[in-house]
Every structure is written in structure tokens, then in C-alpha cells.
Design a protein around this ligand. Structure first.
Ligand SMILES: Nc1ncnc2c1ncn2[C@@H]1O[C@H](COP(=O)(O)OP(=O)(O)OP(=O)(O)O)[C@@H](O)[C@H]1O
Ligand SMILES: Cc1cn([C@H]2C[C@H](O)[C@@H](COP(=O)(O)O)O2)c(=O)[nH]c1=O
Length: 217
């Protein structure tokens, strides 16, 4: 389970890939930390990462993506460029070595934000996804669902300068939320919708149960 190679040189079982998704301010960050802690307490070797980002190049692309105005297709392609690097440099090697990867966002975010929020053509998203990760999908995706006005109030309460996405209007986040829920309907076994409009302890308990039932039994 912990991904270390055995002394007899047997191949470690492939690690598991868990992603967290939701609109900005959904409350993923602290729940990701708690999930990583839960897995480590079980003796699982876990890498935590995020998108866009997760590699030195990906983090530089993140700076551009979050702060530099750009064409919608440029935005989608840069998201997938950062993802390609992330897969090659971190995700694939970790999974192959038996380590688990817990990642803040993956391609469901591109479907939600670029297709749903911005109106990118679906066939362009599908072509990029098929090119960059034709076979890989997360083993489990936790989709934090809540009304955009609640999420916006949470973002505002942090007092941090909002980035290019956080400055979007409520109707943008309504479309992003709808696209996430559509994606969840298309992959109900993989994408589990979590009611994020609740106290953190209740959300945490739900996530523990889902992770246990889906991946630890
Ligand atoms: N269940 C909750 N109830 C109320 N406030 C919460 C809850 N979860 C998180 N928050 C608060 O909301 C703010 C945003 O949370 P957090 O940074 O975890 O969201 P996020 O989903 O990671 O956001 P982003 O995607 O924008 O980085 C923080 O101030 C956090 O303390
Ligand atoms: C992976 C990915 C992300 N985004 C957007 C979503 C968020 O607004 C930012 C990332 O910041 P976070 O708050 O740290 O999650 O990027 C996107 O539009 N498309 C994507 O594929």
C-alpha cells in the first residue's frame, strides 16, 4: 500500500490519483490538507500538488494564467501545457512508483472554467484532453458544490487581492458550477459531489467516508 518497492524487486501497485474540484472559494484547501493527513496516517505515501502548477514550469505558467489577460483558447492550451508537464514530471512517475497523488484541480476544471465559464468549444477541450491524457483519469474526484454567492463571500473574507478568475462575475461562476455538475452526471462513479455549504467538520467527515469507501476498502 505504501508504494515502496519490495526487496525482491516486485513492482509496487500503482498509486491512486485523487482530485479536488469546485468554484473559487469552495473551501478545498483545508480539506485537501486533512485528506493528505488521513492517508499518511494509514501509511500511504502521498504527494500533494495543484493545477495549474505542480512543477517549476507549471508554476510560472500559473502566474501568467492567473494574472495576464489572454485569448480563451490560449488560456485552455496553457492549462493543458502546464498539465502535460505536471503529468510527465510528477503525476505519472509518482503513480507508477505506487505513490498516491492528491491534486487541487485537474481537467474537470478546464471543462468547467474554459468550456462552461468561457464558452470554449467542447470538441477543442476533448481534443486537448485526448492528446494530453488519453487514458488517465483521476480514480476519485471530490467536487465541492455550493452557491456562487457563498463562495464569493468566502473569497472576499480572505482579504487577498483577487486574481483574474476570482474577479469574474456571479453568472460566470453559475456557468462553471453547472458545467461541473454536468461533468459529474457523466462520470458519477468517479466524481462525487460534496455539499460544501456546510461546516468544515461535516464536509471533512463526508470526504473521509467517501475516500474510505472508494479507495481504502
Ligand atoms: N466550510 C466552510 N465554511 C466557511 N468558510 C470556509 C469553509 N471552508 C473554507 N472556508 C473559508 O473560505 C475561504 C476559502 O477557502 P479555501 O481557500 O479553502 O477555498 P478553495 O476552494 O481552496 O479556494 P480557491 O480555489 O479559490 O483557492 C477561506 O477563508 C476559508 O477559511
Ligand atoms: C486547473 C484549472 C484552473 N483554472 C482556474 C480555477 C481557479 O480560478 C484558478 C486556480 O486557482 P486555485 O484557486 O488555486 O484553484 O485557475 C481554470 O480555469 N482551468 C483549469 O484547468
Amino acid at each position: 500500500m505504501n508504494g515502496k518497492a519490495s526487496s525482491r524487486g516486485e513492482q509496487a501497485p500503482r498509486g491512486r490519483f485523487i482530485t479536488f474540484e469546485g468554484i473559487d472559494g469552495a473551501g478545498k484547501s483545508s480539506q485537501i490538507a486533512a485528506t493528505v493527513e488521513l492517508l499518511r496516517a494509514r501509511g500511504i505515501d502521498v504527494e500533494q500538488s495543484r493545477e495549474p502548477g505542480g512543477t517549476p514550469l507549471g508554476e510560472r505558467l500559473r502566474e501568467l494564467l492567473l494574472h495576464e489577460p489572454m485569448h480563451l483558447e490560449t488560456e485552455a492550451m496553457l492549462m493543458f501545457a502546464a498539465r502535460r508537464e505536471h503529468l510527465a514530471a510528477r503525476i505519472e512517475p509518482a503513480l507508477a512508483a505506487g505513490r498516491w497523488v492528491v491534486c487541487d484541480r485537474f481537467s474537470d476544471a478546464t471543462f468547467a472554467y474554459q468550456v462552461g465559464g468561457r464558452g470554449l468549444a467542447r470538441d477543442k477541450f476533448e481534443a486537448l484532453e485526448a492528446w494530453v491524457h488519453p487514458r488517465l483519469q483521476p480514480d476519485l474526484t471530490l467536487l465541492f458544490d455550493l452557491p456562487p454567492e457563498t463562495a464569493a463571500a468566502r473569497v472576499a473574507s480572505t482579504g487577498a487581492d483577487p486574481d483574474r478568475f476570482e474577479r469574474e462575475r456571479r453568472d460566470f461562476f453559475e456557468r462553471v458550477r453547472d458545467a461541473y455538475l454536468e461533468r459529474a452526471r457523466l462520470a458519477p462513479r468517479r466524481i462525487r459531489v460534496v455539499d460544501a455549504d456546510r461546516a468544515p467538520e461535516l464536509i471533512r467527515a463526508d470526504i473521509e467516508r467517501i475516500v474510505r469507501e472508494s479507495l481504502l476498502t
